[in-house]
Design a protein around this ligand. Sequence first.
Ligand SMILES: [Zn+2]
Length: 109
Amino acid sequence: MDPAVTARPVPVHLYVRPALRRLGDRLLVRGWLAITIGRSIISWRVLDSVELAHELEHVRQWQRHGAAGYVARYALASLRAVLAGGDWYRDNAFEREAREAAQRATLGT
Ligand SMILES: [Zn+2]
């Protein structure tokens, strides 16, 4: 069985803050939608179910690695992506895993 299904449920906080759109464009990724920090998902607009599945995968990643572990591993994954000739964000292993989770949500599997 999928470990994500058997994991103990945890509360997740959703914050929709349209005023953060421009700030995120400058500080995060241009065209950003949401960021997950621990069990908090912050977005500039309401997320659909697939977008939410992506962010919930990041919640699981934070739980799996802890705050310091997540930040360090995410940064390392970005470095690996760049050194491999890819994009620090798009080709980051954590982002790929989250996109795969979103894809599963799309397929309903
Ligand atoms: Zn992501």
